[in-house]
Design a protein around this ligand. Structure first.
Ligand SMILES: Cc1cc2nc3c(=O)[nH]c(=O)nc-3n(C[C@H](O)[C@H](O)[C@H](O)COP(=O)(O)OP(=O)(O)OC[C@H]3O[C@@H](n4cnc5c(N)ncnc54)[C@H](O)[C@@H]3O)c2cc1C
Length: 564
């Protein structure tokens, strides 16, 4: 069996290594257009920020590793330029010499990744404007940042006037995870960073109210956000500065500009073979990663995948799915019956010591696909037992089916152990679990790691309380003319109070039930929803109609941010 793999990074490299483990006799050629195979593109923003100091740390395996350990004929600087599916051949161009050769294949795997969106804006090719996709990209950015730095110019030891103005201002365009990670790293390097984003939020997969919390956090850590504004062009100003001009008429001067406007599937090569391209612009594959040509497979950022929750075709550019798909393609080529289950888009981003993570469907996705059979809850559990030092609240939003309790999606933000909660929920979604399963999940606990009721259990208990009718809820955006009962302590009201509320602290409520209306629905509020739940149970058992305002004053904060 002769297999050619195009693309030598996430999907391609994992396919090559897996195939060798399954078939010692296969002839495997892996071609990579760039100078490196199997490098850690996820680490590039941290190399720019000097967190990962050495470029060599990003090179997970070299061409030689593939040759010696896996007997894979790995060829760097080698671009596949045309596929002839009838003859089952690929034309390969040596990027250094320009020489073109032809190789035959029995099976072909495409893992060409994605191309960075680069609109034809005026001035986009000016020096100082970069993208973050490859090791050479990161090297060019580092060199640009360091050119003019005091150290490199040898001026850190010079006591006279400095003639080279150090670079201090950066503009990052695009608020996706690569843009944000790069922006954070530039802040760490002492840059004054403005992030320009055309949408009205950063991190588009998050629901807006959750993104608002992230944005507040970013601004508190020194990142300037210019949302709802697109870049219209770039101009060279004096002294090497680039003026970044936006559609709203603003100008942001920058010493360095990072373009991070998203990616689109690289389908150029697939098109030479006439492979089917899907409605979202990615290569169409079946659940065994087979394209419309049964001898050609495709994996990674270049393909369309089925969204695991909604069943719709989508584009998900993530390393985990690319690696799994590469492995599945290898399995299938080697005669195994492996299948890809679809993608949930499980993601995490670290920002200034905090993390935002999500999995499954968001509320906006469910609304977009016209799904009405869902409910959402907001909760703010501690990351571990509150009495053990270092506990931090985690802001969580969990979405589930109203009809059967199936878990649909979750988003979480916080400064401690957000990842393990979203990872547990991601696994639950993939297993088709319900919120009732979350109630019963047996998870690690000792005070420094969690709580006897872990945030994952807690999410299940709150959601199950809603579906069982123990805790009917309402959300701030749909609160109307109901009677608003605030059960917090008076001292808390001094910090923040919602209009029209009547305050009866939880401890006094039993004695003061007579002050509450029986002919009106009562919406109960506290800080996070927990004391409101205790009050609500008391009210319901005393014949009142009561609902909990999900997430209490903390979720009101999100909604208010949306309005303002
Ligand atoms: C800066 C950055 C940070 C990221 N951070 C994360 C993260 O934290 N978590 C996460 O899950 N994902 C992250 N990703 C996304 C993740 O890296 C990708 O989803 C993943 O690498 C996709 O794998 P792939 O094999 O499809 O493409 P790639 O890994 O991009 O590999 C494709 C390779 O194919 C080569 N190629 C293309 N066409 C040809 C051709 N015709 N001939 C020969 N070679 C060709 C390209 O040069 C490229 O090296 C990040 C990406 C970047 C750029």
């Amino acid at each position: 069996m002769k297999v050619i793999i195009v693309g030598g990074v996430a999907g391609g490299a994992s396919c090559a290594a897996r195939l060798r483990r399954l078939d010692e006799k296969a002839e495997i050629i892996m071609v990579e257009r760039g100078p490196y195979v199997s490098y850690a593109n996820c680490g590039l923003p941290y190399h720019i920020g000097d967190v990962i100091e050495k470029e060599s740390s990003l090179l997970v395996a070299t061409e030689n590793t593939f040759r010696s350990q896996f007997a894979v004929d790995a060829r760097t600087n080698c671009e596949a330029i045309r596929i002839s599916p009838d003859r089952k051949t690929v034309e390969l161009r040596n990027v250094t010499t320009g020489e073109v050769t032809t190789e035959s294949y029995e099976k072909l795997v495409l893992s060409p990744g994605a191309v960075t969106v680069r609109p034809p804006l005026p001035g986009i090719d000016l020096p100082g404007i970069f993208q973050v996709r490859t090791v050479p990209d990161a090297r060019a950015i580092r060199e640009w940042l360091e050119r003019g730095s005091l150290f490199l110019a040898g001026m850190d030891k010079y006591s006279g006037f400095q003639t080279v103005r150090p670079k201090t201002r950066a503009v990052v365009i695009g608020g996706g995870f690569i843009g944000l990670e790069t922006a954070e790293n530039l802040v760490h390097r002492g840059f004054d960073v403005t992030l320009v984003e055309m949408l009205d939020q950063v991190l588009a997969p998050l629901d807006r109210e959750m993104a608002r919390v992230v944005e507040g956090y970013l601004e508190r850590h020194g990142l300037r956000l210019a949302l709802n504004d697109g870049v219209s062009g770039f101009k060279q100003a004096a002294n090497g500065v680039i003026d970044v001009e936006t559609k709203s008429g603003k100008t942001y001067p920058a010493d360095v500009v990072i373009l991070s406007l998203g990616v689109r599937p690289d389908t150029a090569l697939a098109k030479t073979a006439g492979l089917a391209i899907g409605e979202r612009g990615g290569i169409r594959v079946d659940d065994q990663m087979r394209t419309s040509n049964p001898d050609i497979f495709a994996v990674g950022d270049a393909i369309e995948v089925k969204d695991f929750v909604t069943g719709q075709w989508s584009l998900i550019a993530l390393a985990g799915p690319a690696n799994r798909q590469g492995r599945i393609a290898a399995d299938v080529i080697a005669g195994r019956d492996s299948r890809f289950r679809g993608t949930q888009g499980t993601s995490i981003i670290g920002l200034f010591g905090a993390a935002a993570a999500w999995t499954g469907a968001s509320e906006k996705t469910l609304n977009r696909v016209g799904d009405k059979d869902f409910e959402k809850i907001y909760l703010y559990p501690n990351s571990h037992a509150g009495y053990y030092p270092g506990a931090r609240p985690i802001a969580m939003k969990v979405l589930f089916r109203k009809s059967d309790g199936r878990l649909l999606g979750a988003q979480a933000l916080g400064e401690d152990n957000v990842d393990k909660r979203i990872s547990a929920l991601a696994m639950a979604i993939q297993m088709g679990a319900t919120i009732y399963d979350l109630e019963e999940a047996e998870l690690c606990y000792s005070p420094q790691f969690g709580s006897a009721k872990d945030p994952v259990n807690f999410a299940g208990m709150v959601a199950a309380g809603v579906l069982r009718g123990d805790m009917p809820i309402r959300h701030w955006e749909s609160a109307g003319q109901e009677f608003l009962l605030d059960v917090r302590e008076p001292v808390e009201l001094a910090v923040e109070q919602a209009p029209r509320t009547v305050n009866i602290p939880l401890g006094q409520l039993r004695a003061r039930l007579g002050e509450l209306p029986r002919n009106k629905e009562i919406l109960v509020i506290c800080r996070s929803g927990q004391r409101a739940y205790y009050a609500q149970r008391m009210l319901l058992q005393n014949g009142f109609k009561a609902r909990n305002l999900s997430g209490g004053m903390l979720s009101r904060y999100h909604v208010q941010l949306l309005v303002n």
